[in-house]
Design a protein around this ligand. Structure first.
Ligand SMILES: [Fe+2]
Ligand SMILES: [Fe+2]
Length: 181
């Protein structure tokens, strides 16, 4: 068995192989390190005004995306899709918690409250693509202007995760038989 810890979300994973992505936050394998290497003070950061504002924007964005996916997950009629989006909701909640920790604020109280969403899988998947594109591009921008190394590391890792979610939406859109835009 191997034990690794994710430098991005801080969660520990135990398995026979190191996974390609963190199972909790989706960070790519290069962010998975041995548990002994994980610095205890990794999230003790001094934020600039810009970094603080960018984290606040990100908390709000992840809160909304988490609740949107939990809303999609409530459709009981289609198990594969609902369980996929339930998983995605958990990943976005992990991002929200990480941003809250970096900003030194409490998690939003309604983070696990599902949003009312459409009954139409294809409409929801199309909205997911828009949400993921916005997140990937915002975090890319936030990473570029961050002066703190830790903040830059987190935003660039999470931007890559959101880009992976755009690809995932392509897979679920095919599964649901949606016409591609
Ligand atoms: Fe992680
Ligand atoms: Fe995402």
């Amino acid at each position: 068995m191997k034990m690794v810890r994710c430098r991005i979300c801080g969660e520990t994973y135990l398995g026979s192989e190191i996974p390609s992505h963190c199972p909790f936050c989706g960070a790519h394998r290069d962010h998975l390190i041995s548990a002994e290497e994980y610095p205890a003070d990794i999230n003790d950061v001094q934020l600039t005004e810009v970094e603080r504002a960018d984290l606040e924007t990100s908390i709000e964005l992840e809160r909304s995306n988490t609740r949107f996916y939990l809303g999609m997950a409530q459709h009981k009629s289609e198990h594969v899709l609902s369980s996929t989006y339930k998983r995605l909701g958990k990943v976005e909640a992990e991002h929200c918690e990480l941003f809250c920790e970096l900003a030194g604020v409490d998690e939003p109280e309604d983070l696990s409250v599902p949003m009312e969403v459409s009954d139409d899988w294809c409409a929801n998947i199309a909205e997911s693509v828009e949400r993921e594109k916005r997140a990937a591009s915002l975090y890319h921008q936030f990473a570029a202007r961050a002066t703190n190394e830790r903040i830059r590391e987190v935003f660039s890792a999470v931007s890559a995760v959101e880009a992976d979610h755009i690809e995932l939406d392509g897979v679920t859109a095919d599964y649901a038989g949606c016409e591609h835009a």
